[in-house]
Design a protein around this ligand. Structure first.
Ligand code: GTP
Ligand code: MG
Length: 635
């Protein structure tokens, strides 16, 4: 349309509608690729400018820094690669030799042995995006490597995938003798292990399997912990980080679903602050070093815009390659967060200390745990005590999200003594006493009534959380009551059969009709048979009633005055004759004891004696009517 005609048409329109035709620029949705732009030109326009990772601030007062991919990759390089940019090298490392599925097992003890190929496991809550992360690293979008679902609990086994170039033939030949009969010959440079999720819809023995895997598996070089950026870290995530820190495993934290975070960069920053605070707390508890990457990597592998996916997936690749030991890291060593180094004062010492000076108490020796990297062997038969308690809390976590204020609080790993009522009591008073210790008055004067009331309140609050058997049972019962009823079990086989039948019916309508007709005919026949059987039974019943009636009448006519009903037992006259079955025994008895018949018999006997005396020439007397009838009935 020429411009002048366009303008004329525009002017002819009512003024409020003109805007619609022109189109308002504010309606255009911002393209997601600007959110994760790696181009400095778009820096001002982007929502998450150049975010690849956040770095843990060394001091609590430091500004939070988010770092660009350039900065992130600057200090890292692949030793075996030529001088390409690291991003390209990482893409080649993860995709050139197509990644393949290796094996999957739901039980740790059934896993194939692997002591040589470095393994990196991907851990996180159900539905956080672990399997999507594995697919994205492999650059698989349509032809998926790991199964993904929007429903939680899709991955149900420890699933291993091979990544990276195959080992050189000469290396394999050199190690062939060692591998023979013990382990598979490797096809890739490293393994990535997709784990079942924990939390909602997790597997029952997830805690056991994961603890065994992290502490006993020789090939495990590190763990990628995925945390949903939209939801932030949960209690179960922190329990896992605590377990990793206790096991001393190298750990990288990756935020997923960054594209879904409300509040953009600020939202991400808030999640990171929460995470850092928690990590610092976990680090403080550990005596031994916990080698966790100091960055929190940001990814959005499920974003709709492919450019967003590809720019953030390189960040994930860097995290994995670092843990697998394939990337050299030249970052300067950071000083570990400072821990409390003073002595630990017990309640008794504090309360009954003779002087105001701090008492001299020998420092407690802390057990250190060094985890062997060897496969399951004599030294690894038992999981260290600290890890066992972490394992217990993970077991509880794997049972589902806790509800209400009565959940069991995770035990601190440093504490070796079991929590008893008395001990908790002491702790409750101790905490109040230590608070009072800060107040100079409290050391010299006894506590006033308000303070005593506070102490009592503290104590009662503490008691509520004590893990006694009674409390535990009560809490379990309460949780059980709160739990929604289990979903109805589907009969999968039956459903399959019905679906198949439905499909066949639509495919073969004529045959279906014929089958339907035959079925109807068969049903009609069966119904007819049943009806006929019922009718014949009815007839038989009627017949037997008629016979009985006839019999009674015959008896009555034979007896004359005597009522025939007396023959059938006491009270039979009152009873309804038609309903009185006449059993053969009763009948024969009645027959035998009938006075008329007795006389008849006597006469017969006399007659037969006479006949015997006269000889056997006499003719047999003919049976009268009654006898003839009865003999037929008895037959
Ligand atoms: N928007 C968005 N969605 C994502 C992202 N990553 C994963 N998802 C979606 O999250 C859902 C769960 O993904 P999965 O990869 O199956 O999660 P999982 O952690 O393996 O889950 P389980 O196997 O149940 O433990 C899927 O619908 C994915 O498409 C992301 O970065 N952004
Ligand atoms: Mg999965």
């Amino acid at each position: 349309m020429p411009l002048s005609r366009h303008l004329n048409a525009l002017l002819a329109m009512p003024a409020p509608l003109r805007l619609l035709m022109i189109g308002t620029p504010s309606r255009i949705k911002p393209n997601q690729k600007f959110l994760f732009s790696t181009c400095t030109g778009n820096y001002a326009a982007s929502k998450y400018p150049n975010v690849a990772a956040f770095v843990l601030p060394e001091f609590r007062t430091a500004q939070l820094s988010e770092i660009s991919p350039d900065e992130l990759f600057k200090t890292s390089f692949l030793p075996s690669a030529p001088d390409n940019p690291l991003q390209d090298e990482l893409t080649a490392l993860f995709t050139k030799n197509p990644p393949t599925f290796q094996y999957a097992e739901s039980d740790f003890y059934k896993l194939k042995k692997n002591t040589r190929v470095p393994e990196v496991c991907v851990l996180g809550r159900s539905n956080v995006g672990k399997s999507s992360f594995v697919n994205a690293l492999a650059n698989r979008h349509n032809n998926v490597l790991a199964y993904v679902s929007s429903k939680a609990g899709k991955t149900k086994a420890i699933t291993t995938y091979g990544f990276g170039p195959p080992p050189l033939p000469k290396d394999i030949a050199a190690q062939a003798a060692e591998y023979k009969g013990k382990e598979d010959i490797p096809t890739h440079a490293f393994f990535l292990v997709d784990m079942p999720g924990y939390g909602y819809a997790s597997l029952k023995d997830w805690g056991r399997n994961i603890t065994l895997y992290l502490t006993k598996r020789a090939g495990v070089k590190g763990a990628i912990v995925l945390i949903d950026a939209e939801v932030g870290p949960k209690q179960t995530d922190l329990q896992l980080l605590e377990l990793l820190s206790t096991a001393g495993k190298r750990t990288a934290i990756v935020l997923t679903k960054a594209d879904k975070v409300k509040g953009g960069l600020n939202g991400l920053r808030e999640t990171c602050i929460k995470l850092w605070d928690a990590i610092i707390e976990i680090e403080k508890k550990q005596e031994t070093d916990w080698p966790w990457e100091r960055e929190i990597f940001v990814t959005a592998v499920g974003a709709r815009d492919y450019q967003v996916v590809s720019s953030t997936v390189t960040t994930g690749r860097l995290a994995v390659a670092r843990l697998a030991g394939l990337v050299n890291d030249t970052r300067p060593k950071l000083e570990k967060n400072k821990k409390w180094t003073g002595s630990i004062v017990s309640f008794d010492d504090l309360e009954y200390a003779p002087s105001k000076e701090a008492p001299e108490i020998p420092q407690r020796t802390q057990a250190t745990h060094t985890l062997s990297q060897s496969p399951v062997g004599p030294g690894m038969d038992k999981i260290p005590k600290d890890i066992n308690s972490a394992f217990a809390s993970l077991e509880r976590a794997s049972a589902g999200p806790h509800q209400g204020p009565h959940r069991i609080r995770p035990r601190t790993f440093g504490s070796q003594r079991p929590r008893t009522v008395a001990h908790s009591h002491a702790r409750a008073i101790h905490s109040s006493a230590s608070l009072r210790a800060e107040n100079p008055r409290s050391k010299s004067q006894p506590p006033n009534s308000q303070e005593l009331r506070d102490i009592l309140d503290d104590f009662i609050n503490e008691l509520k959380f004590i893990n006694t058997t009674g409390n535990y049972a009560r809490n379990t019962r309460r949780q059980h009551d709160l739990r929604p009823p289990p979903p109805k079990q589907h009969d999968v086989l039956e459903e399959d059969r019905l679906n198949r039948a439905r499909r066949l019916q639509t495919r073969f309508p004529q045959q279906t009709e014929r089958v339907q007709a035959v079925r109807e005919k068969r049903e009609a026949l069966t119904a007819r048979k049943i009806r006929m059987r019922e009718e014949s039974m009815q007839e038989k019943k009627m017949e037997s009633k008629m016979k009985e009636k006839e019999l009674r009448e015959a008896l009555r006519s034979f007896e004359g005055d005597e009522p025939a009903d007396s023959l059938f037992g006491e009270g039979s006259a009152d009873a309804d004759d038609s309903n009185m079955p006449l059993s053969p025994d009763t009948f024969s008895e009645a027959f035998v004891t009938s006075p008329g018949l007795k006389e008849n018999k006597k006469q017969k006997k006399k007659g037969s004696k006479k006949k015997k005396s006269k000889g056997a020439k006499a003719e047999p007397e003919p049976l009268d009517d009654f006898e003839a009838k009865f003999s037929s009935v008895r037959r």
